[in-house]
Design a protein around this ligand. Structure first.
Ligand code: HEC
Ligand code: HEC
Length: 344
């Protein structure tokens, strides 16, 4: 959700004089006749007041033109050097921007504007601009000359950034702007948490299990984002090789062996299969894992074996069903059908 501001630039009066945020905005360059005037419209994001503040980049202010460009690039196979796929080939909106496939599970594009570690092993740390540059330069190896030759893109890049030379960095900046708008904040949970509607009995019991020592899920899947943006070994395996060493492959620290990024649980109903290797195809299997399937190892997160939990959570069938009802209440149909996020 976003709000378009009626003014194009924000002036900040400081003691030292006047500075301009998004300082490219007022550079006086002669406009060639075939390009639109560079006067982007600033956008302010809207999300619930009980969400943390999303970190924004002063060097990449959100604009209508930048977001529109990022969205177009996301859906365009031209970004791929062979033109065989777009980001959306594996990140499909109706599955919260994942796709059900075998091998390494596709991570959802949900509220990543709040994230600062990316990929299952945390191979990229930093801003959303940093991960987008990685995706463009290293994952897709985008050939920008293919984009540069299209007059539609020439005008869109100029309208968004006032630049005529298109490069990987500008592609990443546009994608980053689009990613910041991929906000999911209208699930049933988002309606009953502030008291706008009543949760049903199962959701309420599931919320209690999730958010108390009973299930202890909230430590890592911390509301309202349902991730702590950290890495944990949750006991999927007890022996490790390169394929399941996770964070260790990046840091080389023995303490990180078997640890993976905590994924958000928002829209989890739609993002099967589950875990970094997609080993579970249903939420029931995930709950069975936490209930009685945790494998020991030196790096197993201590939360999973806290006093009283050595033999597992011992949830009743009713409690398991309630926990799943709670997880399903994190599904946000307005997000998966938001036309501002769909293929332009
Ligand atoms: C061939 C399928 C495929 C395509 C195409 C694809 N991705 Fe992904 N994406 C994945 C998989 C699989 C992962 C998880 C990989 C990992 O963590 O090792 C992922 C992870 C990510 C993440 C990390 C999310 C997180 O929570 O850390 C981002 C961001 C991302 N992709 C963006 C993009 C962008 C942008 C594009 C287009 C330039 C793109 N992806 C194209 C499959 C794909
Ligand atoms: C110690 C931190 C921690 C705790 C506690 C925890 N989780 Fe997780 N959860 C993770 C991590 C890390 C992953 C990803 C693990 C992997 O793929 O190797 C994960 C994965 C998941 C997934 C699959 C997500 C996906 O996109 O594939 C679900 C569902 C889930 N957890 C639900 C729960 C529930 C329900 C509880 C409480 C019973 C819980 N978690 C407790 C850290 C935790």
């Amino acid at each position: 959700m976003r709000l378009e501001l009626t003014f194009a630039i924000i002036l900040v009066i400081t003691g030292a004089g006047t500075s301009i945020i998004g300082c490219k905005n007022n550079v006086a360059e002669p406009e060639p006749n075939d390009l639109p005037v560079f006067n982007p419209t600033r956008v302010e994001l809207e999300y619930p007041s009980w969400f943390p503040e999303m970190p924004l980049a002063t060097t990449n202010p959100l604009t209508v033109e930048g977001i529109e460009l990022g969205r177009k690039l996301y859906y365009d196979p031209l970004l791929h050097p062979q033109g065989t796929m777009s980001c959306s080939s594996c990140h499909q909106q109706d599955q919260a921007f994942t796709i059900n496939t075998s091998g390494t599970a596709v991570l959802a594009h949900v509220n990543l504007g709040w994230s600062n570690t990316f990929l299952w092993e945390g191979g990229v740390e930093g801003t959303i601009e940093d991960i987008m540059l990685f995706e463009v330069e290293e994952f897709f190896k985008t050939d920008v000359s293919r984009i540069e030759t299209k007059s539609e893109y020439q005008s869109m890049f100029y309208a968004a950034f006032g630049e005529r030379d298109i490069d990987e960095e500008l592609c990443a900046m546009a994608l980053a702007q689009f990613f910041r708008t991929m906000i999911s904040s209208n699930s049933r949970f988002d309606q009953y948490y502030p008291g706008d509607i009543q949760p049903n009995a199962d959701e309420l019991e599931g919320y209690y299990i999730f958010n108390s020592e009973r299930g202890d899920c909230f430590h890592c899947h911390a509301p309202p984002l349902f991730t702590d943006n950290e890495f944990h070994n949750i006991g999927l395996d007890s022996t490790f090789d390169e394929s399941n060493s996770g964070r260790f492959n990046v840091t080389g620290s023995e303490l990180d062996r078997g640890a993976f990024k905590t994924p958000t649980l928002r829209n989890i109903e739609l993002t099967a299969p589950y875990m970094h290797d997609g080993r579970f195809s249903t939420l029931e299997e995930v709950i069975e894992h936490y209930d009685n399937g945790v494998h020991s190892s030196n790096t197993l997160d201590p939360i999973l074996t806290k006093a009283g939990k050595e033999e597992g959570l011992n949830l009743t069938d009713g409690e398991k069903a309630s926990l799943i009802a709670f997880l399903i209440s994190l599904t946000d149909p307005t997000f998966t059908s938001d036309s501002e996020l769909s293929e332009p």
